[in-house]
Design a protein around this ligand. Structure first.
Ligand code: SF4
Length: 387
């Protein structure tokens, strides 16, 4: 991870939001629209123009990319030709550092060997597959478009296409999911030997079909105790399989941590392109228009599609650096904090840190402040102290 931290110095990460999915999953509140060729054409035209605007407008030092992450939505709804065109345009307008991590998110059922070959050849070097579960009845309860067999097939095709850096995403706490099913899922995941695994507790987002079913009492949500036991089981099992638990939800083989996400947790700068994408650039945080029509309309008028800006203050930057850094299992580096702000976190947040130390939720270790094992399941309560 230290190597990645060096790569991230004086670079930014670039995120591209692709707002299309074949079908909306019933728990999802991300910005995504049903895929259509016409909408994808509108999107691609606008996105390429937005890339040009930033490549002309940003100073050179903010165009050094350590990572590119094409997420969504389901980026692989777009044709491989469109995805290649996006990467070509980025290469033309930005500088990619040697070894720049280029990730694309994909769902099983939207990729085959041919698409994966094109992506690999066009420089994508990391694939993130949304697998979520290995039981078809749970996938169908989530409204996913793929089966467990298709997920295994997508992983096999990715390996054949030459992807040697794979992330697999999983969800626990699905209504009706048993402990045996979760253990089977993580065990099958480890058997497939991906370089990276992410596990997320299911969130019941407002106004999603799943949340409404739960609110009407038609579905029983997973209890907090069971969800916690799933999480702890994942930590224990994946650690026993050689995965380093390096962030609250993320596990990697040594050296295979996500460079792009590390940039977020280290509170580094990033540029987000596409509808609903967020940026963190000198001057503050910016959010793009979340609707495809609004986004494309602004770009067509020659404007950046930013619809909200939040100015930056040192106090805000310090607080974000702490609570994002505490997401890392190793914690945040106290010396790096001092170097960045010229103030010691232990002094700025003396009261908060003392309270958390006394409660046994954080600890100092090796020049870092980190969550303890007891603090890990209570991470959100710890973060609130610094907001
Ligand atoms: S595939 Fe992902 S982004 Fe699309 S609806 Fe499902 S969870 Fe949301």
């Amino acid at each position: 991870m230290a190597e990645h931290e060096k790569t991230l110095a004086n670079t930014i990460g670039l995120y591209i939001h692709v707002p299309f999915c074949l079908k909306k999953c019933c728990y999802c509140d991300f910005v995504s629209y049903p895929y259509s060729e016409a909408a994808a054409g509108t999107y691609l035209d606008a996105l390429l123009k937005e890339i040009d605007m930033y490549s002309l407008g940003l100073p050179d030092q903010e165009k050094q990319l350590a990572s590119i992450f094409i997420g969504g939505g389901t980026p692989t709804c777009l044709s491989s030709g469109s995805l290649t065109a996006i990467l070509d345009r980025l290469r033309r307008g930005f500088s990619l550092v040697p070894g720049c991590e280029i990730t694309i998110e994909a769902n099983p059922g939207t990729v085959d060997r041919q698409v994966l070959d094109v992506l690999r050849t066009s420089g994508v070097n990391r694939l993130s597959l949304g697998i979520q579960a290995f039981q078809d009845q749970l996938l169908s309860a989530l409204g996913r478009v793929h089966t467990a067999a298709e997920a295994v097939e997508a992983i096999r095709a990715a390996r054949e296409a030459g992807f040697d850096n794979l992330n697999l995403d999983f969800i626990f706490g699905i209504p009706g999911q048993t402990r045996e099913e979760w253990l089977e899922t993580i065990s099958l995941a480890a058997d497939l030997r991906p370089e990276h695994i992410a596990v997320y507790g299911l969130q019941l987002e407002e106004r999603t079909p799943l949340e409404r079913l739960v609110a009407r009492g038609e579905i029983q949500p997973c209890s907090e105790e069971l969800e916690l036991s799933f999480y702890l089981a994942a930590i224990e099992f994946l650690s026993s399989q050689g995965y380093v638990h390096y962030e609250i939800s993320n596990f990697a083989r040594p050296g295979r941590e996500s460079v792009h996400n590390l940039g977020y947790w280290l509170n580094r700068r990033y540029l987000g392109l596409g509808p609903a994408a967020h940026s963190y650039l000198p001057g503050g945080r910016y959010a793009n228009d979340a609707t495809l029509a609004g986004y494309a309309g602004r770009v067509a008028r020659g404007e950046l599609p930013v619809c909200s800006r939040e100015g930056e203050t040192v106090a805000k930057e310090m607080s974000e650096t702490i609570f994002l850094g505490l997401r890392l299992i190793g914690g945040f580096d106290l010396a790096a904090f001092y170097q960045r702000f010229g103030r010691r976190a232990e002094e700025v947040y003396r009261k908060e840190i003392t309270r958390l130390l006394e409660a046994g939720l954080v600890e100092f270790a090796g020049g870092r402040l980190r969550l303890t094992a007891a603090g890990l399941p209570l991470a959100n309560e710890v973060f609130i102290e610094f907001v």
